[in-house]
Design a protein around this ligand. Sequence first.
Ligand code: RNT
Ligand code: ZN
Length: 415
Amino acid sequence: MTQFETAKQRYAAIGVDVESALERLADKAISIHCWQGDDVAGFDQKDGKAGDGIQTTGNYPGKARNFEELKADFLKAASFIPGKKRINLHASYAVFAEGEWVDRDKLEYKHFEPWVAFAKEHGLGIDFNPTCFSHPMVKDGLTLSHPDERVRRFWIDHCKASRRIAQQIGEALGDEVLNNVWIPDGFKDIPADRMGPRMRLKAALDEIFAESCPNVIDCVESKVFGIGLESMTVGSNEFYTAYAATHPGVYNLLDAGHYHPTEFISDKIPAMLCFFDKVPLHVTRPVRWDSDHVVLFDDETKEIMKEVVRNGALDKVLIGLDFFDASINRIAAWVVGTRAAQKALLFALLQPNEKLKELQDAADFTTKMVLMETAKTLPFTEVWEEYCRRQNVPVDGQWLEDVRAYETEVLKERV
Ligand code: RNT
Ligand code: ZN
């Protein structure tokens, strides 16, 4: 009997069907963010650098500088990642023809057609985001909530353009595309008016979402604070949750780094599932703040995935990643982070979830605790490795060398 067969039996002994877990894992797409490949720089600004409410730290050599390099790096990473994949694009990754450039309020589908061709060629889905940062029209730290109508107009037009692009991508791929609006808007110091900016944001969102886009899943991403914007964030959790609750078809995206450090999105997912048929996520790893460290196979990531699995929400929770670490090899970061999210999902699928719920309802907290501990140390590695083999990707410990070779041959040449 192989080690995998033995592992299967041990899981079966606590009522877990390993084959079914592997099938469900293979079927769940993970939306991989393109911006890990170039430190959120994008292609549309001269000397593109993340700024205006977003930042990366580190200067590891070899970041992707253009469409061709980003595609090549993404494919390299994807070759080590099992399962279904989507690529999550920002509007700042528009691909312009030679000599062409338009500002963000004028972007069109044609600027993303090359990405659609890439996605089709490699069997990827696409998700989309307007890019309301790293741009001179972010004024005084504000975009959609700025008091100046001209500033708001620019960003409203950008968000509308992004939504249309997402719609056309969806049509081209015969799919639904998540279009996520995140804005940095906030105040460094104690504001004199908290409601005014929020009313302006509300009106802007109403305008952005007015057009019917059947292939788009709309969402807004809330946040508690940002560096330099410590005192108030306009798009707070209450604001966007209430907005989503009163605007059918708009969802509040939960980013794991966007809450107070004692709050966890694993607890928020089931709360949202009581009211919403979809819950989009940004799985990331905050270290003391919204630092967007690479996702690891850690307790909170497992807890997030447990909530997805336990609540029968694999089709409702849209799993997107949002980390960017410029201090390590960016391709390795993509691979470790995405595989960690998938491992956490497999771990969740391998828990005796029904039995645990029964024990909780019967107030048998002792047996629940003991069973939870037992399930933690069953031969998980054997199941994960079998999954990697079936998906034709290397098992852990066997892909970094290949990434290193790519670093020497390709990344180090980028100077
Ligand atoms: C920022 C948000 C947002 C961005 C990406 C690049 O705090 O998390 O999701 O990280 O859109
Ligand atoms: Zn995010």
